[in-house]
Design a protein around this ligand. Structure first.
Ligand code: FUB
Length: 325
């Protein structure tokens, strides 16, 4: 069973979900009708602000509150456009939002905005994180109090513009189907949560036989990194973009490598989906989006949640993404 979280004419996507102070908080992208024609570079996703949502109690039945606009483009000194998927983490009573936006030269950077409460409002830092690039930043708080950011997205997300040493490249080459797929990135955050503590590293997604996942594999990485822990293992999950799946892989530490396990969810209606996985009161939930309410119109996406289950080996049972409810 699935649940839409907002009225059918309110479009939000890319839900990053955390439990703060015992309550579910959702940090989504805010879609609206921009009229910009769809292209392969996601130019139609021209989002201008962020809202925060919270749920009273159970994700499948609890009342959803929209806390309104908590950060907007015109208040971010360096940002030009396209406020895409964000995430928020808490440290020492402060809440840090990490968000991608194109800077005034058209390059995606990671901004940071700070709040005193999980529901915001968030005050942006004057500059993006030094050395940041690409999109879809998701931050894990590990059990030892370290924070790790996972990021990257291909095509409109610009990951192909960088090599694995984090240098911008002049000649962009997409891997051939028989070559390893692009690698998302992981980086430890600085103690003050405002910068990277090290250079971002490529994440290796390996097949069960320890060979690198290939670009021609339908389970290849495309965008939408998420990390959660289950029984002490690190579950890295992602969207495959053009094959429209959510997949996951398991590792023993936050940097990987991660061994491919399977599909989290089969394709939804609409080109993208994007997700987060969270435990609440002993049950596990997959937050995501689809386009049933907009009749399949990809720029207008709707937030959903469903419960997920693990088997006794820690494998997640695949969710059928095609069903509306
Ligand atoms: O919402 C804009 C982009 O679409 C996100 O950053 C991607 O993950 C995809 O969902």
């Amino acid at each position: 069973m699935k649940r839409y979280l907002l009225p059918k004419d309110v479009y939000m996507a890319d839900p990053s979900v955390h439990i703060f102070n015992g309550k579910i908080f959702i940090y989504p992208s805010h879609d609206y009708y921009s009229g910009i024609p769809e292209d392969d570079w996601g130019i139609h996703f021209d989002m201008k602000d962020y809202h925060v949502l919270s749920i009273d109690g159970d994700p499948m039945t609890g009342k959803v509150t929209d806390h309104g606009v908590v950060l907007k483009r015109e208040d971010i000194p360096w940002a030009w456009k396209q406020l895409w998927d964000c995430d928020v983490q808490e440290k020492n009573g402060k809440y840090y939002m990490y968000f991608p936006a194109k800077d005034k030269t058209g390059i995606f950077r990671c901004g940071v905005a700070i709040a005193d409460k999980p529901e915001g409002p968030f005050v942006p830092q004057p500059d993006p994180i030094r050395g940041s690039y690409s999109i879809d930043y998701a931050v894990l708080k590990d059990d030892d109090g370290s924070y790790y950011m996972y990021f990257g997205g291909i095509m409109g997300g610009q990951l192909q513009r960088y090599n694995e040493q984090n240098e911008a490249v002049n000649d962009i080459v997409f891997p051939k189907p028989e070559e390893p797929c692009f690698s998302p990135r992981v980086v430890k955050m600085s103690d003050d949560m405002l910068q990277f503590a090290e250079d971002p590293r490529p994440i290796r997604i390996l097949n069960p036989d320890y060979t690198p996942m290939k670009a021609g594999d339908p389970h290849h990485f495309f965008e939408a990194s998420w990390m959660h822990k289950y029984n002490g293992k690190y579950y890295y999950s992602w969207s495959t973009g053009d094959t429209h799946l959510l997949c996951y892989a398991i590792g023993d530490n936050p940097y990987g490598p991660f061994i491919f396990q399977g599909e989290l969810m089969t394709p939804v209606l609409g080109w993208t989906t994007h997700h987060s996985i969270v435990e609440f009161n002993g049950k596990w939930y997959l937050f995501h989006h689809d386009c049933h309410p907009s009749n399949g119109y990809t720029p207008l996406r709707s937030l959903k949640v469903c419960e997920i289950e693990y088997d006794e080996d820690g494998k997640i049972k695949t969710v059928d993404g095609s069903t509306e409810l």
